[in-house]
Design a protein around this ligand. Structure first.
Ligand SMILES: [Zn+2]
Ligand SMILES: [Zn+2]
Length: 647
């Protein structure tokens, strides 16, 4: 007999029992919901045989790893269906992803929507057949030989890549076998509800010099109702997708001859960015930030000091030949830090100068792969509310709090705060080459940051290997409409770059010391923030951010003068106003202003002219506020703008 701890209770089982059999021993139907096992804190397969003293957690679809296992098994079912229908298809890889799974196939022609339907039907059969998945292992040479015999070149390459002496595991389900390490469900019957959502091209191993494969995406749930709800959410998300809506509303565009990831801001988008930038710069000034304006490029010399040349060269646009020592070589800046440090180094500093807060509206350049580009979220050139705060060790906690409070203030004002979570991004001690500094420096910096975060009661999760190459960071994460998480704002603590750049201050005791630096942004990249705002508000921006705030709609020609008079009065209050003086029916004008999501429409006709009034309509359904004196509308509108109302 062996003893196994389950939910703090020790239970006895027969030798050789596996996690799935433990689940079954509970009786009832619970075992049908179990997807994977966590044994002594390590995620794994239900087939794992338990040992005396193990602690076992049984994971369902509700757990991240359980969900991963469920959807990954769905990818095997899809691959089996594809092989049944297209025996010549070559298999690449098929992992679970954020909200579903995919499998990459090498096929002659890309799958059409009709093909996907056929594959789905075949998958249904496989689920109905309820085929058991079994695991077996082979030595490397046999694994390679097996795939060579089956004419599966990608699997051969994968098997050859596994270290010598390591066992190679396989999972078989009926007529289908796949090379696979990951956990799987016990049989195909559990994958009740699934849908293949799209087929796109994807390079083998993400490498554009390799062959383009066909990637089929799908998603899977235990219940049809959950799948239904998910697909409805996706439909809604598609309508809000900034990459679609932002173009429809003429906020931004892109063109091939300029390039991917280099958006062109149209007047409406530019207006919103200008409002945001003024808001950020004014707020920072109120909080004691000074502004700098530093160059967009520098010689390689600067990046050699900062470490970018050694740790970040692939991510930079280099102007010139880095290997030609006889000529100066420049690079566009991927970060502002080394530039702003030069402002600090402009003269000798004492503790009396600190804290010193330098803010900059900073345009940066990062050489991302073409395939990574997405609307305003993944771009090669972007502008960030950048800043570096230089302080003494005693000031660090207060200044960190100040930086965080500023970021939270920004997010709340924009209405984005409810969508964020925190990640404490640390270095990966097993991958030291990626970072500058010593393990002791990293431990010290992370220790200190952890203490500050705990002290401020920030509820964070830890991201190992997510740190910048020069220091740990607090990432404020935000989910987009599809539920995908991205970093919006980061606040970092760094001592290593200050040391590299010889930044010092003379302390009270007359000693020269290296200051601490907080790298931070208050609103993140303006482009990314704009993308989130488009999606959050589906283009119906809060009044203070709307590119056009009020549209005046005269009913007939004879009301034009009055309309223009109102426009002047509103503009005198700083509002952004348009008059629709086209020769169109009023119903048509209203519909169009609504489509443009203008916050207020003012309809003016005979009775409004006579009474000095306006008939007010808010965008959206039931927005008719009726007629009111112009002065009343002005009060209402000014108040909504000044208090930055979110609705
Ligand atoms: Zn697998
Ligand atoms: Zn920085």
């Amino acid at each position: 007999m062996i003893k196994v701890t389950l939910r703090d209770t020790v239970k006895e089982f027969n030798d050789g029992i596996n996690a799935f059999e433990v689940a079954k021993s509970f009786g009832g139907g619970f075992y049908k919901n179990v997807c994977a096992a966590r044994i002594n804190g390590v995620n794994g397969d239900l087939r794992t045989v338990l040992k005396d003293g193990d602690t076992l957690e049984l994971l369902t679809f509700e757990d991240e790893y359980g969900r991963w296992t469920f959807r990954h098994t769905a990818s095997h079912i899809m691959a089996q269906a594809v092989k049944r229908l297209y025996p010549n298809a070559k298999l690449a890889i098929g992992p679970a992803v954020d909200d579903g799974f995919y499998y990459d196939f090498d096929i002659d022609e890309k799958f059409t929507p009709d093909d996907l339907k056929k594959i789905e039907d075949e998958m249904k059969k496989i689920v109905k057949e309820d085929i058991e998945l079994t695991r077996f292992a082979l030595p490397k040479a046999e694994a390679v030989a097996k795939f060579e015999a089956e004419n599966e070149p990608y699997k051969v390459e994968l098997a050859e890549g596994i270290a010598d002496g390591e066992e190679i595991s396989f999972y078989a389900q009926g007529d289908f076998t796949d090379l696979c390490a990951g956990a799987h469900l016990m049989s195909t019957g559990a994958v009740k509800a699934f849908k293949l959502t799209s087929a796109t091209g994807a390079y083998w191993r993400g490498d554009s010099s390799k062959k383009m494969l066909c990637r089929v995406y799908g998603t899977a749930f235990p219940k049809a109702s959950e799948l239904e709800a998910h697909l409805t959410m996706l439909e809604e998300a598609k309508k809000r997708d900034h990459n679609k809506l932002g173009r429809e509303l003429e906020i931004f565009t892109t063109v091939d001859c300029i390039g991917q990831g280099l958006p062109i801001m149209l007047p409406k988008g530019t207006k919103i960015l200008q409002i945001l930038q003024r808001f950020v710069e004014d707020e920072e000034e109120r909080r004691g930030w000074l502004r700098t304006k530093t160059p967009l490029m520098a010689k390689s010399d600067l990046y050699k000091i900062s470490g970018h040349w050694d740790h970040y060269l692939d991510g930079m646009f280099v102007l010139g030949d880095p290997n030609d020592e006889s000529k100066e070589c420049f690079a566009l800046r991927p970060m502002t830090c080394p530039f702003q440090y030069q402002a600090y180094l402009n003269r000798a500093r004492s503790y009396r100068d600190l804290p010193l807060r330098y803010g900059e509206t900073s345009t940066l350049f990062r050489n991302e792969e073409s395939g990574e580009m997405h609307g305003l979220i993944r771009v090669r050139q972007f502008t960030i509310s950048e800043g570096h705060l230089i302080c003494t060790p005693e000031q660090l906690e207060d200044e960190f709090r100040g930086s965080l409070e500023l970021a939270i203030f920004m997010l709340k004002t924009l209405g984005l705060y409810e969508d964020v979570s925190y990640r404490f991004s640390q270095w990966d001690p097993n991958d030291k080459d990626k970072y500058i500094g010593t393990p002791e420096q990293w431990e010290e910096a992370q220790d200190m940051m952890g203490k500050i975060l705990d002290h401020l009661e920030i509820p964070y999760k830890v991201g190992v290997g997510e740190a910048a190459f020069y220091g740990p960071k607090l990432d404020i994460q935000i989910k987009n409409v599809y539920g995908k998480e991205d970093t919006l704002i980061t606040i970092q603590i760094d001592q290593m770059l200050a040391e590299k750049f010889g930044m010092e201050y003379v302390d009270r005791d007359g000693q020269k010391k290296n200051p601490y630096i907080i790298h931070r942004t208050s609103i993140g990249c303006y482009e990314r923030t704009l993308a989130l705002l488009i999606e959050k508000y589906a283009g119906a921006f809060p009044m203070w951010l709307a590119p056009t705030q009020v549209k005046i709609l005269p009913i007939a020609d004879r009301h034009f003068d009055y309309a223009y008079d109102i426009k002047k009065q509103l503009e005198a209050k700083g509002m952004r106003v348009e008059v629709d003086d086209r020769n169109e029916k009023i119903g048509y004008k209203i519909r169009e202003a609504r489509l443009q999501k203008v916050p207020y429409m003012l309809v003016v006709g005979d009775s409004e002219v006579e009474n000095g009034a306006v008939a007010v309509r808010q965008r959206g359904e039931n927005g008719d506020l009726g007629a009111m004196p112009l002065a009343q509308f002005i009060d209402l509108a000014v108040n909504e703008i000044e208090t930055k109302v979110i609705k």
